[in-house]
Write a protein that binds this ligand. Structure first.
Ligand code: N01
Length: 531
């Protein structure tokens, strides 16, 4: 084996997590190599190039804070950045910190096996038979394994078949075409208004409607940007103290303690402000069913006010709790259903039977399309990790260990899989927080842990089973106090993937998570075992 294939740390993935991990671990003097399946950096923002792809976190927050020079020199053009600009930012970071020389692109890691005699991980990629490393870091992303539904005849379709999560790199031209979209999650809600503008006709196949709030995106307010940049550190610290590490003013009032008029005017203000802060209109929307129902009513009224055809409006009104699936943020989504060239089909009433050569057939009708878009989401949080064949101590497969759900400690480590770390893994705040903030916190934690191992001449670290059991119980107890587990089929609990164990995966509450991590470190890395 060539020396080139032996490193201290292998990082898998060159999205925002992998890029910062490379930067940080290099600073420790470690030899680091990153494997990336794509041909460029950016992760989510490299793959999700569908029309309308845009971040739902404010641009001034959705960026790295590890380098003050970087955050001062970069300027965003809009309140919510679009995918091309975020990808440009990722490339700028890669160039600025000379990252690409240690990233091997177009290379997918297939397998990892822990060798107990040497305490090393032996890996295999689709390009090389063997690499050896002491530490493995999964920077594989929470929403990176796209979900292709098993619908009969999918391989028969002769037109253009697209998936929002794996969009082509060359422009897709829908002009004058007949297009079908399956799915109505965030990706669909962002892309449908733009596809509708271009296409001759668009038919949307909806299984479950979703709640969406207008983004009210706008050009960046340069005065506001300058003000933030004057004291960026304080701005970041204030945001990190918020439950999702996203800046929003949480109204301390209960939705049930105010008059109907006052409640509607608060919701109206939030609706006009736009975006995810709608969920913070009152303190109890996420924890009290009656309070939640008032928000549901308000959004239903909005949908009925926007969509001209009452039957279509009714189909678009979700009959679940608001926020138990990720709230969507849109530009002109509901308005799009007033267009003459757009139809909505309820596939709960008339299910898709099969895909045909020229379109698809439901139980009620046959449709013909030039292009069919699958906006069917991801095998979230565990999908990318489990798509590798990972064997720990005693040849145990991670897939077997996680058969009943992804048991782990802090969303970072798994007993029996020493020196292997996850960034924003299941059991950490990840998808219920500003991802870049969560990534930096995790990478810093892992870097400190590696430093501790090296300083103290330890060979390996892993979490103990007791700590893992307690951690998973805590994650579920916290979720149980909210409406996240109130019965909707969200990807937070793996319900969108047939056969996936039903376990709530993210930790709710970024500040309390950070506090727990800090306590654990202070307490000599309680719950971790070193040898
Ligand atoms: O995926 P989803 P997504 N037959 O899982 C339907 C992030 N994101 O890519 O609800 C028919 O939400 C499925 O129906 P149902 C964000 O965190 C962020 O849109 O299961 N339909 C659903 O309607 C988001 O939550 C941004 O009944 C099928 C849709 O496909 C996450 O990514 C933008 C089906 C999938 O929706 C995932 O969003 C985009 C089948 N067999 C994404 N299988 C922003 O930052 C699935 N569906 C703004």
């Amino acid at each position: 084996m060539s020396k080139k294939n032996t490193t201290d740390v292998i990082v898998i993935g060159a999205g925002f997590a992998g890029m910062y991990a490379l930067y940080k671990f290099r600073k420790l003097g470690l030899r680091v190599r990153v494997y990336e399946a794509g041909s460029g950096v950016g992760g989510t923002w490299f793959w999700n190039r569908y029309p309308g792809a845009r971040c739902d976190v404010n641009s001034l927050e959705y960026s790295y804070q590890f380098s003050d020079e970087l955050q001062q020199e970069w300027s965003w053009s809009e309140r919510y950045s679009a995918q091309p600009e975020i990808l440009e930012y990722a490339n700028h970071v890669a160039d600025r910190f000379d990252l690409t020389k240690d990233i091997q692109f177009d290379t997918r890691v297939l397998a990892l096996e822990y060798d107990e005699t040497t305490n090393l991980w032996i890996g295999k990629t689709d390009k090389e038979d063997k690499f050896v490393t002491k530490f493995c870091v999964m920077a594989t992303g929470c929403l990176s394994k796209h979900n292709v539904p098993s619908i009969d005849g999918l391989d028969q379709f002769q037109g253009e078949l697209l998936h929002t999560g794996k969009w082509p790199h060359s422009p897709v031209d829908f002009k004058g075409k007949s297009v079908g979209v399956i799915g109505t999650g965030s990706s669909a809600i962002q892309s449908i208004p733009i596809i509708a503008e271009q296409a001759g006709s668009l038919t949307v196949f909806q299984r479950t409607p979703n709640f969406s709030v207008p983004a009210h995106n706008a050009p960046m307010d340069k005065t506001h940007e300058a003000k933030v940049k004057e004291n960026y550190q304080e701005f970041r610290a204030q945001n990190a103290a918020q439950p999702a590490a996203i800046r929003m003013t949480i109204n301390p009032d209960s939705a049930l303690d105010v008059s109907e008029d006052e409640r509607v005017s608060v919701f109206e203000r939030s609706w006009q402000e736009g975006g995810l802060p709608f969920a913070a209109s009152f303190s109890d929307i996420g924890i009290n069913l009656d309070a939640n129902a008032t928000a549901v009513d308000f959004v239903h009224q909005k949908i009925r006010g926007i969509v001209n055809d009452p039957e279509v409006a009714q189909m678009l009104c979700p009959q679940t709790v608001i926020g138990c699936k990720r709230l969507c943020v849109d530009t002109d989504y509901y308005e799009t259903f007033n267009r003459k060239n757009v139809d909505l089909v309820d596939i709960k009433k008339t299910p898709i039977k099969n895909i045909t050569e020229s379109g698809l057939r439901t139980s009620a009708a046959e449709y013909k399309f030039d292009s069919l878009v699958l906006a069917t989401g991801f095998d979230a949080m565990t999908g990318a990790i489990l798509s590798m064949d990972i064997k720990g101590r005693d040849n145990e497969l991670l897939a077997d260990r996680w058969k009943a759900g992804p048991k782990n400690y802090l969303g970072l480590t798994v007993n029996g899989f020493p020196n292997l770390f996850m960034i924003t893994g299941p059991g950490s705040p990840s998808v219920l927080s500003n991802m870049i903030v969560a990534i930096e916190q995790h990478v810093n934690f892992i870097a400190n842990l590696l430093e501790f191992i090296l300083k103290n001449d330890k060979e390996k670290v892993e979490s103990n089973l007791n700590a893992e059991n307690n951690w998973v119980e805590l994650v579920n107890n916290i979720a149980g106090q909210t409406l996240y587990t109130s019965g909707c089929n969200s990807w937070y609990i793996g319900a969108n993937i047939p056969g996936k164990p039903s376990v709530f995966m993210p930790y709710i509450g970024f500040p309390s998570y950070v506090e727990k991590c800090n306590e654990i470190v202070k307490d000599s890395y309680r719950g971790f075992e070193f040898s």
